[in-house]
Each structure stands twice: as C-alpha cells, then as structure tokens.
Design a protein around this ligand. Structure first.
Ligand SMILES: *[C@@H]1O[C@H](CO)[C@@H](O)[C@H](O)[C@H]1NC(C)=O
Ligand SMILES: *[C@@H]1O[C@H](CO)[C@@H](O)[C@H](O)[C@H]1NC(C)=O
Ligand SMILES: *[C@@H]1O[C@H](CO)[C@@H](O)[C@H](O)[C@H]1NC(C)=O
Ligand SMILES: *[C@@H]1O[C@H](CO)[C@@H](O)[C@H](O)[C@H]1NC(C)=O
Ligand SMILES: *[C@@H]1O[C@H](CO)[C@@H](O)[C@H](O)[C@H]1NC(C)=O
Length: 503
C-alpha cells in the first residue's frame, strides 16, 4: 500500500501481486486520501471481478453517523474510492448524521438481482438496537434506504453477515445488546431475497461478546468475536463447529496472549480461494479511542489447523498476498538494534529480558532526550519502517483524568495491576499513552508522528510508518517524544525494521 499521490501514476501499472499489506499502517486510496472505512465488510463481486470494501465513514464531526464508504480493488492492496454507498440524510429517523450507522455488510441476492446492505442502525444512545437495510442494483451503490427493523422482534447491536459458500445461504450475526436480558449473539437465516430474517439457527448464550464474524473452511465454521470493552482492545476469541446450528466449541483466544489481538477488534473475515491455496484474512479495527475517525486496520492471515480444531493469528509487519493464487508470504526486513543506537539527553538503554536484543531504549522525552539509529540502508523510494516498542500499560482504569495527573509515573508502577481494578473493568477508559516524533536525516520539516498502540506492559508490539530514505547506508532516523495530553514521553523502543520498497 502506498502513501503519496506522487508515486501513483507509476504504481497503477504494477502487477496485482505486488501490493504489500501492512497492518496498522496509514493506508491510502489511489487518489492519496487516507482510507476511511471502519467496521468493514468486504464483498467479492462476481460481476465486476473486484473486491468491494464497505465501512463506516468516520470524521471528527461525525464519528458514528457519517454513512457508509465504499472502495473497490482487484488485489486487496490498491483501493479506489468509489463513493458514499449510503449517505446520511438530515432529519432521517435512522440514517441522519446523529444516528449510529455501524458495521455495514453487503451481499448479492440472485433472486432479486440486487445488492443488499445491512448494518447496525441505532440512535445515539443505542436505544433502538435495529438492523438497517438498503438496496442497490449495482454493488458500488448508491444504496437506497429501505427500512430499519428489529430482527425476529429482538434487539440487535454489533452486526455481521455471512454467506455459506456451499449452500449459498446468507446469515445475519448479531449481538443483542448490553442489557441483562440480552448479551447473546445470534445466527439467523435471511430469506433468498435478503430482505428479512427467517429464523435463528443458533444463539451463543450469555457470553456477552460482540463484533461477530463467521469464517468457513473445508471442514469447519469458525465464529470470531471480541469481548465488550468499547474502543479498547481485548483478546478476540473463536468458537468452532461442524454445523452453524452447533454444537459449538468453547471459545478460545486467537492471538498470542497479552497482545489483545495485536491491539485490534474483530468484525470481519475474508476467504480468498486462489488457484493454489485458500487464504483467510482477519479484517479487524485498531481503534483509537482518542480520535476514533483516525483508527487503523489490522488485516492478518488466519492460520487454521483443522486437526487440532484451532486457528491462530500471528503478526507480520508486511506481507505480500496474491489474490489470484491465494498465496501469501511475509516480506523480510532488516533489523536495527537499539544496542547500536546513539542516545541524547536522558535517553538510556536498560536491561529487558523480553526485548529482542535484551535491551529496551527508554527515557525518550520531547526533543531533548532522543535516540538516533545510524547508517540505515535506504532505497531512495518510500518504504515501510516498523517501530517495535514496549507497551506501557496504557490500558488503565482512569476514574478521572485528574486522578491520572496526580500519578505521573503510573507507567512504572508495575505490570498492569493499576489502582482501580483490572483494565477490562466496565467503565474503564483507555488512553493512547505514547506519541513519538520520527525524523529522517535530521529534516524536522518532514517529521512523522508515531502513535503507539498499547496492550500490557512488557509486551512488544510494532507500528509501521512509510518513510523515504536516501539510497545507500547513509540515513539516520531520530525518535523523540511528542505531547500525548499528559507529557512528552516517547516510545520505549525495542528495534526498528526497514522493509524493502515495492519494486
Ligand atoms: C478521493 O477519495 C476521497 C475519499 O478517500 C474522496 O472523498 C474524494 O472525493 C476522492 N477524490 C476524487 C477526486 O476522487
Ligand atoms: C423476492 O423478490 C422477487 C423479485 O423481486 C419478488 O417477486 C418476490 O415477491 C420476493 N419475495 C419475497 C418473499 O419478498
Ligand atoms: C433512543 O431510542 C430510545 C428508544 O426509543 C429512547 O428511549 C431514547 O431516548 C432514544 N435516544 C435518543 C438520544 O434519542
Ligand atoms: C430476545 O433475546 C433475548 C436474549 O437472547 C431472549 O431471551 C428473548 O427470548 C428474545 N425475545 C424474542 C422475542 O425473541
Ligand atoms: C523542541 O521542543 C520544544 C518544545 O516542544 C519546541 O518549542 C522546539 O521548537 C523544539 N525544537 C526543535 C529543534 O524541534
């Protein structure tokens, strides 16, 4: 995926299998704008032979009621903005800018020869709990609002949609709210026209999960869902079954412990049946609760083990996916250790047995205490650079911000056991805790901002930025701290990894 418009003309000619997928990066469309399609649903359309990415169009003014964006792509790497597939309508009872328009999904009905969009339709206090329906004769829309209804007379919150590739039957998946009476997740069949629900085939009882998606492999159905921690991440779980009507397995955690699904929430899975391999992608959101409209996307291959009845998500900074063959492979990068980096001011190296090289570079603060990596080899073209850092227990219980301010060094108090309870406690809040400046070759005017996404202290995560380095082993990268609402502390760095430019 590419960032800058200047390179686009050349890139559009690039073969389909050359587009890297970079989870957590700032992804841009073919006209250079940041892709704005959260709580995604991706539909492969036979007629156009393209993938269509529908998602919530979030802006600072309209974080929830901005309507539904749609982008299209042939390769899942290059995305073209199409339009607002569902535009908000002032004063409308269900799709006004004040409404909640979340988790849109689209499926095609052969019997109506129309595309049907469904989503979680609500008012701003989540008091309606309905499913919205809109229709279009073309996949790209614009979609025409039809109705918002209570599925089988019940409540519906986080919404998903799934079409069984063997039977062509489409299902709605929905959690039914936070009330004591709710807290279930339903799988219900749509009629052939995709205009209403017929009956429920399964209810996941009282697990109190949300953000559901179902993935179908040769032998199994897998239902992935998250816990309910608002815009803070948690450990996404999966259930397995031979049949949608169950029996379903116990839920199990899908990603390495304590990464909180690499700081993301589930919501969709995509099956890519290639000529050589079938690949399954986890399509998640890396929410930023401070600026939800600026949230990023975590897409990762799902590794399935039918024998062990399990699946897992593993992290890859950058990978190359060929939608024609279905094959994917991680892209190899070059690591630069903090062991060899130069510090200034109060920045220093501290023993850390969990770090890549046994050392964490800490104490980065503003532009007075920084670290500089030297002799970095660049390509002369934009390339992805992953910054690995230690999480800072940023997922805190903060009864009030004032409470926080009284304990400025709460970071250093321990491994996540903060005063006030556990991070997942209802009513807990989450703060983005570390924001760093990244400067290439001392050029402060083209500084980039590194927003750190956290989980538990001592857990290493990474965030990519696209940087332009000079050709040869001649570059420096300097990391400092930026104001995060509390102080100027920068990342606690572990290493940086430089990935080759595409082509
Ligand atoms: C470029 O894409 C953005 C959304 O990403 C859209 O708002 C804008 O209208 C597009 N501009 C053009 C010229 O297509
Ligand atoms: C399904 O759609 C077809 C074609 O539009 C229509 O003739 C039929 O009445 C619809 N059936 C239902 C149950 O809505
Ligand atoms: C949302 O709808 C519920 C149920 O009709 C109602 O009680 C609540 O006041 C509504 N909230 C807003 C903000 O309109
Ligand atoms: C609505 O959902 C709740 C919780 O799943 C369930 O107990 C109740 O029976 C459902 N009501 C109807 C009308 O289906
Ligand atoms: C360093 O940071 C201070 C405080 O934010 C700022 O005023 C100053 O301009 C910065 N200096 C440089 C060289 O970036």
């Amino acid at each position: 995926m590419w960032a800058t418009g200047a390179f686009l003309a050349a890139l559009l000619a690039v073969p389909a299998n050359c587009k890297y997928i970079v989870p957590g990066g700032r992804w841009h469309d073919t006209n250079g704008s940041i892709i704005n399609a959260h709580g995604a649903g991706i539909t492969f359309d036979q007629k156009s032979g393209r993938f269509w990415w529908f998602g919530e169009h979030k802006t600072e003014d309209q974080p929830e009621g901005g309507g539904v964006s749609v982008y299209s792509s042939a390769d899942l790497g290059t995305w073209t903005w199409e339009r607002l597939a569902l535009a908000p309508v002032e004063g409308h009872p269900y799709i006004s800018p004040e409404n909640i328009i979340q988790r849109p999904k689209v499926a095609y009905s052969t019997s109506t020869d129309n595309y049907h969009m469904w989503w979680h339709a609500d008012n701003s206090s989540y008091g309606l709990l309905l499913q919205g329906h809109a229709v279009s004769s073309t996949i790209g829309g614009p979609y025409k609002f039809v109705d918002a209804t209570a599925p089988l007379g019940n409540w519906s919150q986080d919404f998903g949609m799934f079409t069984d590739y063997k039977s062509d039957q489409t299902y709605a998946l929905y959690s039914n709210g936070d009330s004591v009476e709710g807290r279930d997740v339903y799988i219900s069949t749509f009629d052939k026209n995709l205009t209403s629900l017929e009956n429920s085939v399964y209810r996941f009882p009282k697990f109190d999960l949300e953000a559901p998606t179902i993935m179908q492999t040769e032998k199994s159905y897998w239902a992935l869902m998250s816990h309910k921690t608002g815009y803070r991440p948690n450990n996404v779980v999966a259930f397995r079954a031979d049949s949608l009507s169950g029996p379903w397995s116990q839920p199990f955690i899908v990603s390495p412990l304590n990464t909180r699904t690499f700081n993301s929430q589930s919501g969709f899975t995509l099956r890519i049946k290639g000529t050589k391999k079938t690949t399954y992608l986890y399509i998640g959101d890396q929410w930023d609760s401070n600026s939800v409209w600026d949230s990023r996307y975590i897409w990762l291959p799902i590794e399935v083990n039918e024998k062990q009845k399990s699946l897992e998500l593993n992290w890859h900074d950058v990978y190359d996916l060929d939608v024609k063959t279905g094959e994917w492979s991680p892209v190899k990068g070059k690591s630069y250790s903090v062991q060899n980096a130069k510090t200034s001011g109060g920045a220093y190296k501290q023993e850390a047995n969990f770090a890549t090289d046994g050392v964490i570079l800490t104490g980065i603060y503003g532009n007075v205490s920084t670290v500089t990596f030297e002799n970095i080899e660049g390509s002369g073209k934009p390339q992805w650079v992953s910054f690995y850092y230690q999480s800072m227990s940023s997922i805190l219980i903060l009864p009030t911000q004032n409470f926080y301010l009284k304990i400025p060094d709460i970071d250093d108090m321990g491994f996540g056991d903060q005063p006030g309870g556990t991070p997942d406690r209802i009513g807990g809040s989450w703060q983005l805790r570390r924001i760093s400046s990244v400067v290439v070759n001392g050029d402060v005017s083209s500084m980039q901002t590194l927003y750190q996404r956290d989980t538990h202290k001592g857990i290493i995560l990474s965030t990519p930025l696209q940087l332009t380095l000079k050709k040869g082993k001649v570059n420096t990268i300097t990391v400092g701290g930026l104001f995060n609402g509390f102080d100027y502390k920068g990342a606690d760095l572990d290493q940086i990894v430089i990935y080759p430019a595409e082509n």
